[in-house]
Design a protein around this ligand. Structure first.
Ligand code: SF4
Length: 327
């Protein structure tokens, strides 16, 4: 049994300090993310080394477009999440108790390099509800030259985030809205916390950001414009992925994001940001990389495969501009 790193006592209760939900747990109670239980005066990380899935995936699928293109990575996930998104596409793993299997530190070392994998992606659910395992696993993997990448909702307190980031080679943080009221009503979260995590991560590791376009909730010119301006303020060279919304789980009354909205977001962002992509569309060219300096096509993508014909090392082969990309 592994004791949690982030909690304090308050009378007979324990208060979890990992994320802003600050769950108060009496003896035997479990946190809202399923990751922690109060047992006899200690908070126990019951999710330590327990995974709901383990598959080898292309890094482009996470999505990471500027991190070791054309690589495969072992992708694992704990059961649970600290946000409660009404539209979650993985709700069977995030919102419900699912069967888990153990991947201990020895096993992860064995499997991280198989099938040409470059390391481990902590993804599908919320990896930052797993800091005890994350730090132990990432340290071991770093020791054998393997990569550790996270796909996160960014809804975490600052201290644990700063503790974990030194071991993380890349992170994709998902912004599901720019307004707190949308986060509160549909996700039980808060936009300010997520945006703050982006500001911190941008200084610590390779960062890519995903923005979810939900019709009527996050797709107005004002919301998209606010997101773009925020990214300009953080760093305009951070790759940005606009993601299509699909009606799912408890939110089936809102339609799929139409192509016109996806294209609108692309065009608005293209005026200010260096690398913009549309996810879950078959529109030609919107997953390709264009040099921000000379505007030539440098990376062509299709079906999670990237053709790097316009690159020379990490530079544009046409004008020599340094691209924000890791190999
Ligand atoms: S990490 Fe989990 S247990 Fe801790 S406060 Fe957040 S939801 Fe609650």
């Amino acid at each position: 049994m592994v004791e949690a790193k982030y909690y304090h006592k308050d009378g007979d209760e324990l208060v979890c300090d990992l994320c802003p939900r600050a769950c108060r747990l009496g003896d035997g109670d479990e946190g809202a993310c399923f990751g922690y239980t109060h047992l006899d005066g200690k908070l126990i990380a019951t999710n330590y080394s327990r995974v709901v899935t383990a598959v080898y995936d292309p890094v482009e699928k996470k999505p990471f477009f500027h991190y070791y293109p054309n690589s495969v990575i072992l992708s694992i996930a704990p059961n649970g999440c600290n946000l409660k998104c009404s539209f979650c596409q993985n709700h069977q793993f995030t919102a419900e108790k699912a069967e888990t299997k153990e991947i201990n530190l020895q096993t992860i070392l064995e499997y991280s390099g198989k099938s040409h994998s470059i390391g481990v992606a902590y993804t599908f659910t919320e990896p930052l509800i797993w800091p005890e395992y994350l730090v132990d696993a990432t340290r071991k993997l770093k020791g054998i030259g393997q990569k550790n990448i996270l796909v996160s909702n960014g809804y975490v307190n600052e201290k644990p985030l700063r503790d974990v980031l030194p071991y993380v080679d890349a992170i994709n943080i998902s912004v599901k809205a720019m307004r707190n009221e949308v986060y509160e009503k549909y996700m039980e979260g808060n936009a300010d916390v997520v945006l703050n995590s982006i500001r911190i991560a941008a200084k610590e590791t390779h960062l890519e950001v995903t923005y979810l376009l939900i019709p009527g909730l996050t797709d107005s010119d004002k919301d998209i414009g606010d997101f773009i301006d925020f990214m300009v303020e953080v760093n305009k060279d951070i790759p940005v992925h606009f993601k299509r919304f699909f009606p799912h789980y408890k939110m089936t009354d809102i339609p799929m994001t139409p192509n016109e909205t996806m294209v609108k977001a692309y065009k608005l962002a293209n005026q200010k940001l260096s690398y913009i992509y549309l996810i879950d569309t078959d529109i030609d060219g919107v997953s390709d990389t264009f040099c921000p300096n000379c505007k030539r096509l440098i990376i062509k993508r299709r079906d999670y495969q990237a053709n790097l014909g316009g690159m020379r090392g990490a530079n544009c082969k046409f004008c020599g501009h340094r691209i924000n990309i890791k190999f």
